[in-house]
Design a protein around this ligand. Structure first.
Ligand SMILES: Nc1nc2c(ncn2[C@@H]2O[C@H](COP(=O)(O)OP(=O)(O)OP(=O)(O)O)[C@@H](O)[C@H]2O)c(=O)[nH]1
Ligand SMILES: [Mg+2]
Length: 355
């Protein structure tokens, strides 16, 4: 369900819903229907209007839907009110992304970060019917009928766990920092960009590593490092990182900060853009926003237009960004040469220097 406010044209809301559907499918859900409402402003009790909520209730009963996902953030109270009307689990985009993250987290660091983000999200929403898809296999739509005392106990437990996780994350980050100091003599090149842009595929191309690349959102959650040769004197370390997305909840970005730090600390950032995507411009802008959020100096960022096998240059791509196909390898050698030149140029001002 999307909400179209006057400031947002209908087609943008439609596109956002399409992405929400993609996210849903990536978590293994089947999308049985969608809808949007035009409103002057959100309803503080139910986000959409009361009548619309009742309409959703009828439609989801007819379709046998088990969960209704809103593209906009819902307050804990809105969730409660909506669940009372709709009679199935109600979640928002953030909860869905968190669910996806839980499924994709592989390393201890990623798992710790994801659990922390999830608990912080859940804390004010403990009464919710949607507990967690991953935690309770087959448990979609479980009602949270706990009494107040139980609820208080649960909250206390969550707070304790959050404290533990933060401590653990601090430890992991310190280790990571030590490792980072150990590779001062190398140039670090991070691959960043919108989810599904082809970062892992390009990473594999550049390093011959076997990182999984998948046609799904957030295939990669933890940054991965690997040496690759550019043919120059210095060894290059490439870092594959978590993808960006529109409306990535800010508390999530914060909890992934240490993973994203590979980007902040890198000598060069390859901003990988899926130029064949109908919304590549918006995705590229979001990428630039996140990079700016991370305080990445834009002079260290090199945009790369990927999937050149799927689009043809219509003259728009002529702003100097190299075109590559991570899949076929086209343009990758030229990209390496360009990287070497950039590194050589940076080397003179001490960036990436070994001293
Ligand atoms: N046609 C074509 N497909 C590509 C190219 N590069 C990547 N892909 C495909 O695009 C999909 C996503 O690729 P990934 O490398 O997993 O993308 P990613 O940026 O790492 O995605 P996340 O880890 O989810 O953020 C996969 O199905 C790839 O096979 C390319 O140059 N051409
Ligand atoms: Mg990836």
């Amino acid at each position: 369900m999307g909400l179209a406010l006057p400031a947002q044209p209908g087609y943008v809301v439609e596109e956002n819903l399409a992405e929400l559907a993609e996210l849903s499918r990536s978590t293994g859900l089947e999308v049985v229907g969608h809808g949007l409402q035009n409103r002057r402003s959100p309803d503080s009790r139910t986000l959409v209007g009361r009548g619309k909520a009742e309409e959703i209730a009828r439609a989801s009963a007819e379709l046998g839907a088990e969960v209704v996902i809103f593209d906009d953030d819902l307050t804990p109270n809105q969730v409660k009110n909506l669940e009372a009307i709709i009679d199935c689990a109600v979640i928002d985009r953030s909860a869905l992304i968190l669910d996806l993250f839980v499924r994709q987290a592989r390393t201890r660091e990623a798992r710790t970060q994801v659990e922390l983000a999830q608990l912080e999200y859940q804390l004010p929403r403990l009464t919710r019917r949607w507990t967690h898809l991953s935690r309770q296999a087959g448990g979609i739509g479980v009602r949270g009928g706990e009494g107040e005392t139980q609820l208080e106990a649960d909250r206390r437990m969550l707070r304790t766990r959050i404290k533990q996780l933060k401590k653990e994350l601090g430890r992991i980050e310190r280790t990571r920092e030590l490792h980072r100091r150990g590779r001062r003599d190398h140039v670090v090149i991070a691959l960043a960009g919108y989810t599904n842009a082809g970062k892992s595929t390009l990473f594999n191309r550049l390093t011959r590593a076997g990182v999984r690349a998948e046609d799904r959102l957030f295939a990669t959650l933890d940054s991965r490092l690997r040496k690759g040769s550019l043919g120059g004197p210095k060894t290059a370390i490439f870092a594959d990182t978590v993808g960006f997305i529109r409306k990535l909840p800010h508390h999530l970005v914060a909890s992934f900060r240490s993973t994203l730090e590979e980007i902040t600390q890198a000598n060069l950032v390859l901003h990988v853009v899926d130029r064949s995507h109908p919304r590549w411009r918006e995705q590229m802008e979001i990428g630039e926003e996140v990079l700016a959020d991370l305080d990445v100096d834009m002079t260290r960022v090199l945009p790369v237009f990927n999937k050149s096998d799927l689009w043809s240059d219509d003259g728009e791509a002529g702003n100097g960004a190299p075109a590559v196909s991570a899949q076929t390898g086209a343009g990758v050698e030229e990209l390496k040469t360009m990287l070497l030149e950039r590194i050589a140029a940076n080397g003179t001002n001490g960036n990436g220097g070994g001293a």
